[in-house]
Structure formats: C-alpha cells, structure tokens
Design a protein around this ligand. Structure first.
Ligand code: NAP
Length: 309
C-alpha cells in the first residue's frame, strides 16, 4: 500500500491497487494528507474485526473533490473521511447530510449507501466523548472557554458545545471579529434558563489578559483549538499566570510532545489532556457509522499512539 494515493490513482483504482489484499475500501481525503494518522487507527481496527478492507490516504485537491467523491461507488468503497480543507465543501457535494452535520455545517465522514453518499460529522460528538473519557464530565454541565474560536476546529467545537447546551460558552480568537461573528451565529442554540449569577451565558472576549482572567474565574474547561503549541518552541496558548488550579485544560493538539499549555496547566495544578482522544473518538464514531457495530476502541488508541510516537 502506498503512503498517499492521488485522484489519478482513484480513476484507475483497480490498476493502482492491483494485488492489494484485503482491498482498500476506506480512505481519508485531504490537502495535504500525508500527516494523517487515521490509517494508523483504522487498519488495526479493520484487521481485529476481521473486516476484509483497508484504509488509505488520498491527496485530493479542492478542485478534484467532486470527481473523487463520485468515483467512490464505482470501486465499492465503504466510505471516506475528509479533512482539511474539505469539510465544509463536502456537505454540498453529497446526496444527503445527516441532521447533526447540517447543524455543525461540516462533514468529516462519508458513508456509501449503494451509489448514494451520506455525510456525517463525528468531530463534534468526538470531542464530547473525549472530554467524558479524559475528565469524567459532560460538556453540557460545564462552563467552557474555546481558544481559537475562529478556526475550523474551534468553530466545530464551539458549535458542538452550544448544541450540548453547555452551562456557559466563552469564545476567544486572536482575530476577535471572528469570535464575535460566531457568538452571533450560536446564540440561538443555547436554550433554557441556567443558574449562572451575573456572568453572561455566551460571550466573545478579546485575547487580552484582563478580560481572559475575569472569564477564567467563571470557567471549568478551557479548550485550545489554536495551532499555537504545535511547535515545541511555541509559547503556551495562555500566559501561565492566567492558568488556575480549578481548570480542566484540553489541548486539541495531539503531537507526541507535551504542549507548552499542558505543561503550564500541570504546573498550576490543573487537570490536563491532549487532543489524541478527540482524534480517536471521531474515528471510533466513523467506524461505527460505516459498520453499524462497536469499534475496538483500545486497539484504535494503541494504533494512534504508535502512529503519533
Ligand atoms: P485553522 O482553521 O487554521 O485555525 C487556526 C486557529 O488558530 C485560528 O483560530 C487562529 O486565529 C489561531 N491561531 C493560529 N496561530 C495562533 C497564535 N500564535 N496565537 C493565537 N491564535 C493562533 O486550523 P484548524 O484546522 O482549526 O486547527 C487548529 C488546531 O486544532 C490545530 O492545532 C490542530 O492540530 C487541532 N485539531 C485537532 C484535532 C483533533 O482531532 N485532536 C482535529 C482538528 C484540529 P486567527 O483566526 O486569528 O488566525
């Protein structure tokens, strides 16, 4: 199996994958895609479950996406994941979009039903499962701050938090206008009364120390959805002086090294977890959509850990 296949391979899939046994019937589309860890969790899961199919990376550029999706039925694909930059575009290219993916406004998982393509979003439910697994709490019971609420991941996470009707939602983004626009879009989703005292239920706050400190006093869970921390030399996404011991800090970054934010959170006595479980559970939920059965979670976790090591 090649590390990365292309649209041209997909056009001639029988020739491009001749001799592959079991055949490749699942994939992730991305641009770029070589970094994707998804084969590392799905292939051991398929093997463990005795499913005669394998999962591969496909480098698909935005202009190639419509053709690539329509080629999947011809080669008897079971489905595909899609990652950057395709998640919003796919929603408009499939035959049906599941209700939850419609609300999130993005599709990361496509399942085939005969020749029909059905779009789902497992990123949002994936973070709910990850927070439950890592901290033993439900997002709906928490006051949540999302850092990076203007990026793709941050928007999806913030939307899921609003759909969960979490206790409080604070949106923060380096470019403040994006967080303000998202707050406007999410306001109708937060429903019903909550006993919160003086703090507003939904706010967009500027990325400045004083407003952040005030908000963090009324926050349980901080989710870093910025790319700040991907490099070892990055500063912590939040200044260390702002991190308080009562916080749970979830960094969506899943590199093998501990991010500066997580290191500072642990030093401050806060509970901390990295984004591996978010990646894991979006994959677990995709597997369950494709095969209508429980996924082997621990096998998938071990595969991901090996792939990110
Ligand atoms: P994106 O769409 O490019 O968004 C990047 C975000 O980071 C924007 O909000 C941007 O703010 C902000 N940002 C970038 N550099 C910053 C800095 N130095 N200081 C403060 N904010 C900064 O990227 P994405 O796809 O959302 O990915 C964001 C992160 O989520 C990545 O670290 C990725 O690893 C992680 N992620 C994890 C998973 C998982 O399964 N665990 C899945 C998807 C993504 P501006 O709007 O001001 O530019």
């Amino acid at each position: 199996m090649k590390d990365v296949y292309t649209l041209d391979d997909l056009r001639h899939w029988d020739a491009a994958t001749a001799g592959e046994d079991p055949p490749i019937r699942l994939s992730v589309f991305g641009d770029p895609v070589a970094h994707s860890k998804s084969p590392g969790m799905h292939n051991p899961a398929l093997e463990t479950c005795g499913i005669p199919a394998r999962y591969a990376r496909l480098h698909i550029r935005p202009e190639e996406l419509p053709e690539a999706l329509r080629l999947l039925p011809r080669w008897n694909f079971i489905g595909t994941n899609v990652t950057i930059p395709h998640k919003a575009a796919v929603a408009g290219l499939v035959d049906q979009v599941d209700e939850h993916a419609l609300k999130i406004g993005a599709v990361n998982t496509v399942a085939l039903d005969g020749d029909r393509l059905i779009g789902f979003n497992t990123d949002g439910p994936g973070i709910v499962r990850a927070i439950r697994a890592d901290f033993g709490v439900d997002i709906r019971d928490l006051r949540v701050m999302v850092l990076g609420a203007g990026g793709g991941a941050g928007r999806a996470i913030a939307t899921q938090c609003a759909l969960e009707n979490c206790q409080r939602l604070v949106l923060v983004n380096r470019t403040h206008e994006k967080a303000r626009a998202l707050a406007g879009a999410l306001a109708p989703l937060l429903k019903g009364p909550r006993l919160l005292g003086p703090a507003a239920r939904l706010e967009a706050v500027p990325w400045e120390a004083a407003p952040l400190a005030a908000q963090l006093a009324n926050t349980d869970l901080v989710i870093n959805a910025t790319s700040c921390g991907m490099k070892r030399t990055d500063p912590p996404a939040l200044p260390p002086s702002l991190i308080q011991a009562h916080l749970m800090v979830f960094d969506t970054i899943y590199t093998a090294h501990r991010t500066p934010l997580l290191a500072e959170a642990e030093a401050a006595g806060a509970r901390a977890a990295n984004g591996l479980s978010m990646l894991l559970y979006q994959g677990v939920l995709a597997f369950e959509i494709w095969f209508n059965r429980d996924a082997p979670v621990e096998i998938m976790r071990a595969g991901l850990l090996a792939a990110t090591a």
